[in-house]
Design a protein around this ligand. Structure first.
Ligand SMILES: [Zn+2]
Ligand SMILES: [Zn+2]
Length: 418
């Protein structure tokens, strides 16, 4: 079996891996690097591919795939939920970044017309290769990919979270004996705090602000994080109004059609019953004046209704903006957290509102990554990807030093045989 890394090496973004074995050539993920100008993985001619498998909807794993559908394209596989979420995110991406990307809605349509839903655990045969999806615990619909060919077994984690969240059960780590693993390393340098304690802290801080007459904004990614926050509030018996706005509302409907994918469908449905949806623009003006919590994209305040709410709420110390995801340096969310300023349309606004961050990550933390590797059966080769600032190398070194495994952080364009 041969593995070629096309992107996502030493960086978080444009994940893309080409696997050859059993006479088949299959691409695992084909994402973009989300920057002011999107970056793409290395190219592969579509005629050389037998199939594409997408682990999950996030654009750093799916966002470049439509480039293969300028012509006839290639069969593409993922869970049904991943396809629905990918369509939503790719439409938004084309709307926002269309000028910079080499495909249009037509190519997205072509791609979806070649889509086959692949349920978890069901073997897919492509020539002499067998592919199986395992639950990844990262976002609803997300999968790890087990590839078997030429008597070898390779596992690609995609983005993985072994810890239970309100939306999902932790990842399935029952791999059996492996010859190689390709593992993400987003948080190879830090552990996440105890999940339940973070939940309690978040809920009680929101309650404090509301009880003192303020309004709380929780900027959250439309896919999964917004719904996770809503479920946390419901699970803790949160007694005040919860408002949801932006693309998160569309994602709610998609999740409702795939309730069986969620860890606790009853909790999710009662969270959905508990929220007030923003229907008209003028609702926004009404909600910012009232003690409540507003959950809205974008998670780093780069646009979306959250940008409007932040502008309206930032000026008063009664209000709060509680961030619930990692903030990339340079984003308005990062400036808010680090420098207590809010930059909108180039104008700098002083922030009096309370600003805090709560770690509700959906990626494995350092110890989680270590224990995934420590529990592996066989003595697989380890390829570490999807990490910035030395995290790939850091995890590879740990696997070499602590477990005696042959482990590396590959470079883009490098090829390995196992
Ligand atoms: Zn992801
Ligand atoms: Zn990712």
């Amino acid at each position: 079996m041969r593995i070629r890394f096309l992107g996502g090496t030493g960086e978080v973004g444009r994940s893309a891996i080409l696997v050859e074995g059993g006479g088949a050539r299959v691409l695992l993920d084909y994402g973009v690097m989300l920057d002011d100008e999107p970056g793409f993985p290395m190219h592969v001619p579509p005629r050389e591919l037998d199939a594409i498998v997408i682990t999950h909807a996030h654009l750093d794993h799916s966002g470049a795939a439509p480039v293969f559908y300028i012509g006839r394209g290639v069969p593409i596989y993922a869970t049904a939920l991943t396809f629905e979420l990918t369509e939503l995110l790719l439409r938004d991406f084309i709307n926002l970044s269309g000028y910079y990307i080499p495909f249009e809605f037509l190519e997205l349509q072509n791609m979806l017309s070649r889509a086959t839903y692949l349920p978890y655990g069901k073997p897919l045969r492509i020539k002499g290769m067998t592919i199986k999806l395992l639950r990844a615990g990262h976002i609803p619909g997300s999968a790890q990919v087990l590839v078997e060919a030429d008597g070898k077994r390779l596992l690609y984690t995609g983005d993985i979270n072994p810890v239970d969240t309100r939306l999902l059960k932790g990842a399935d780590l029952d791999y059996g004996e492996l010859d190689a693993i390709i593992i993400e390393s987003t948080y190879a340098d830090q552990d996440h705090p105890n999940r339940l304690e973070v939940e309690r802290e978040l809920v009680s801080r929101i309650e404090e602000v509301i009880e003192a007459g303020g309004t709380v904004l929780v900027p959250a990614f439309a896919v999964a994080r917004a719904q996770e926050v809503a479920c946390i509030l419901t699970a803790h018996g949160f007694p005040y109004d919860v408002v949801m706005d932006g693309m998160a509302r569309r994602v709610n409907l998609i999740f409702m059609n795939h309730l069986y994918e969620l860890r606790d469908p009853d909790l999710f449905m009662s969270a959905m019953d508990d929220i007030l949806l923003v229907v008209k623009r003028r609702d926004r003006k009404r909600f910012v004046k009232r003690p409540c919590v507003i959950i809205s994209p974008a998670g780093m305040l780069k646009g979306g209704p959250a940008a409007y709410y932040a502008m309206r709420l930032a000026g008063s110390s009664k209000n709060a903006i509680f961030l619930v995801s990692y903030q990339i340096p340079g984003t308005p969310g990062y400036e808010l957290l680090e420098n207590k300023i809010y930059v909108v349309n180039g104008k700098v606004q002083e922030v009096k509102a309370q600003v805090e961050r709560f770690d509700l990550s959906s990626h494995a933390g350092m110890s989680d990554l270590h224990s995934i590797l420590a529990k592996l059966e066989g003595s697989p080769r380890v390829f570490v990807v999807h990490g910035a600032e030395g995290n790939c190398e850091r995890l590879a070194m740990w696997a070499r030093d602590e477990l005696g495994l042959e482990a590396i952080a590959p470079e883009a364009g490098s090829t390995f045989s196992i």
